[in-house]
Design a binder for this molecule. Sequence first.
Ligand code: ATP
Ligand code: MG
Length: 399
Amino acid sequence: MKEPFLAAVPVLQKLEDAGFEAYFVGGSVRDFLLDKDINDVDIATSATPEEVKQVFSKTVDIGIEHGTVLVLYQNESYEITTFRTETEYQDYRRPKEVIFIRNLTEDLQRRDFTMNAIAMDKIGHLIDPFHGQRAIKEQIIQTVGQGAERFQEDALRMMRAVRFVSQLSFRIENETLASLSDLVHLLENIAVERKQAEFEKLLSGMDRKKALQLIIETNIYSYLPGLVNQKDRLTELLEFDCNHLNSREMWTLLVYCLQLEGKAIEEFFRDWRLPLNEIRVIQRISYFLKKRSDSTWSLYDLYAATKEIFISAEKIYLVINGIKDSDTIFHYLSVYEKLPIKERSEMNLTGNDLIEWYNQNGGPWVKDKLLLVEQAIIDGNVSNDKRVIKEWLMECNHK
Ligand code: ATP
Ligand code: MG
């Protein structure tokens, strides 16, 4: 076994000492078997949430109705979920009722794919009643039980299947894929927030283009915000060599393909329930991407964009134009680093200085003049020194 499991072994031990069963489960076990980096270690136990809370001194209720308690142990936090089964599902999403059980196999059975239904005990012994290891070896995404039944219980699993294609480069097993194609319309019932979380992970996976191709082929796209009837534009995205873009840059490339600008970008992402500050960042990248398509970067645009945004815009520009080397990014980065100021607060001039020098009341002219000086500093026409700025303003009669 390796970290972070080793650090969590005492957590399992404590539950066992209290008379319960406890195992590592879910994505962490799968990623361990794939020799990938492991994010969160999830733990499943026969102890009820109340019992878990009695075993550990520091706990947080994060989803007690689903049986999940967050346990803080030696500076780490662990989600500990009680073995559970789910009764009838309503509206193709939420189970009507969650029932806590004492049996591991039944808990594994309610999980989505065989590769995600493997448990590991504290000495590294695997419990794998649904042959998840075989699926991992064969690189197959297969539902636990009948695909049709499992997708009807929770239609989000269809999107999860495709996002795992992107992240793991696995393929969806034939029957599972056939059920997915049949039942894709059930995605209508799924909350946008849940779709967004899966799509976001899909966008940053290694095999994102294969996954996007599947999104198109299976018609999933028709059930995603803003993508209905956009098959052709979505297909354009597949032409780009975009694997090195992060998910924010992928979103930007997507709205580029959809030919959205300004307010339309905001509406698109509001429909996806992206946070407003993230929407603003994507809008800015899109704005500078468009500018970049018309000309090279001016000093002032580099400054106005800020580093993070101009790098993203330039990366996307290179992708769109099929330019493989990233020389221009390094070139503009060195130009950016040499800018005399990086933000307005570094400018040695305030509105009050102007009001005093010109002996005039404040008004819109102050903002205009600040901008004039800011631009002159960036372009190297005046140095960022209050005395020099004053001279420059007076000499040139920049009133
Ligand atoms: P990641 O590495 O992205 O966290 P993960 O497989 O751990 O992937 P989670 O969303 O963290 O995904 O879910 C943890 C586990 O819970 C899954 O491995 C799976 O066993 C189970 N699970 C999650 N969502 C569902 C679902 N919709 N239906 C059935 N089981 C699910
Ligand atoms: Mg997980």
